[in-house]
Ligand binder design. Structure first.
Ligand SMILES: *Cc1c(COP(=O)(O)O)cnc(C)c1O
Length: 399
């Protein structure tokens, strides 16, 4: 047996180097808590970047995965499978009737790659409109839609043109969509870009202008779906139905999964063999997805997010710290924007309070707790945030 310290050293020694690694080894999770190799317990407001909506190692998902693992794990999509069919029925069952065609894959970025290709085929065009501060993933198709220059610029030029507009700017949106546009890609709440909810006016204008000009509206619900924002899907807040929704993160209850759901009009334009995936739609992930959707429906966890989120935001606001510029969000997707860098405060929350949070841009502390989190845990988070905001990072922070 190696010691915990060794695992940390081994991981750091062989890692690709693209991540800022913390000095802990997390070995176990349950609900909204995780434990490190030394036995320390943490309240987890990272939630696997918004994967763990149903709680870590949700017993209902675990049981379904164990059963399916012992039954059948892999079956390509040319060969129909009971779990895949069950997943298609489950996912389309919690979406508007127009969204009835499903392309299952393995991650968020793959869902957006699929959306790009289906949109190109459906429209015969290859110009896209996306939002400043938007995030669509890291593979070469999707990264062209990801606004952050550090993610995008070193890997261009790209074969598809992307025009970026300011988020929530209706006029800019109307000016950007033209006869060459294949699709507009938007997050209903920008996650990575700082936790910024869309205005209803903006998303409704996006729906209208794309319909009028014969292009598609793609909503990226990879982070906002599965109850996170206080509805099953965030688009339900805005009274619109897109042509394509991309999903991933919490959809498999913790198991890697991605999915793109579209209208008949979009799906019918893609020829046989025009797109595909080996692992996508595998029975193991499908069983996890079915269990996750069943659990979500049974517990109506989005209602919990709708109740706890505004309360938590109000608690954070009422701390009244002069360091806070704004607290914003939707449901349990919450950002606290500071007037200074957030990293030292995030580090102190972890070190001194054993509370895990994440960044969203340089000045935002982002909270993506499992939706099953206890209110008493969120109360502890509020008290810890109060303490760290009262502390002066310049006094000891050496970042
Ligand atoms: C996480 C995320 C992605 C990318 O998903 P991966 O599974 O990391 O590829 C894309 N869009 C949004 C909005 C996300 O939050």
């Amino acid at each position: 047996m190696q010691t915990a310290l060794n695992w940390l050293e081994v991981e750091k020694a062989h890692d690709s180097g693209v991540y800022n690694k913390h000095d802990v080894v997390i070995v176990r999770g349950e609900g909204a808590r995780v434990w490190d190799s030394e036995g320390n317990e943490y309240i987890d407001c990272v939630g696997g970047y918004g994967v763990a909506n149903l709680g870590h190692s949700n017993p209902f998902v675990v049981e379904a995965v164990q059963r399916q693992a012992a039954t059948l794990m892999v079956m390509p999509q040319t060969l129909p499978n009971d779990k895949r069919a069950e997943f298609y029925a489950a996912i389309t069952g919690i979406l508007p009737p127009s969204l009835r065609r499903v392309f299952p894959c393995n991650s968020g970025t793959e869902a957006n790659e699929a959306a790009l290709k289906f949109a190109m085929m459906a429209t015969g065009k290859r110009k896209f409109v996306a939002a400043m501060r938007g995030f669509s993933g890291r593979t070469l198709g999707a990264v062209a839609l990801s606004y952050e220059p550090k993610y995008r610029e070193p890997f261009g030029p790209y074969g598809h043109e992307v025009v970026f507009i300011p988020y929530n700017d209706v006029e800019a949106l109307k000016n950007a969509v033209d006869e060459n546009t294949a699709a507009v890609f938007l997050e209903p709440v920008q996650g990575e870009g700082g936790v910024r909810p869309a205005t209803a006016e903006f998303l409704q204008a996006a729906r209208q202008v794309t319909s009028e000009r014969g292009c598609l509206l793609v909503l990226d619900e990879i982070q906002t779906g599965m109850g996170r924002t206080g509805k099953r899907w965030a688009f339900e807040h805005f009274g619109i139905v897109p042509d394509i929704i991309t999903m991933a993160k919490a959809l498999g209850g913790g198991v890697p999964i991605g999915c793109m759901v579209m209208t008949d009009a979009v799906a019918d334009k893609m020829p046989k063999g025009g797109h595909g995936t080996t692992f996508g739609g595998n029975p193991l992930a499908m069983a996890a997805g079915v269990a996750a959707i069943r659990y979500l429906e049974h517990t109506r966890l989005w209602e919990r997010a709708a109740e706890l989120g505004p309360w938590f935001m109000e608690q954070l606001r009422s701390l009244g710290s002069p360091k806070v510029r704004e607290v914003r969000g939707l449901g349990l997707m919450i950002g606290m924007e500071l007037k200074e860098k957030s990293a030292p405060y995030i580090a102190r929350l972890e070190r001194e309070h054993r509370i895990l949070t994440l960044q969203a841009g340089p000045t935002v502390i982002r909270f993506l707790p499992p939706l099953v989190i206890e209110k008493s845990d969120l109360e502890r988070v509020v008290e810890a945030v109060r303490e760290v905001l009262a502390w002066d990072p310049k006094a000891e922070w050496v970042g």
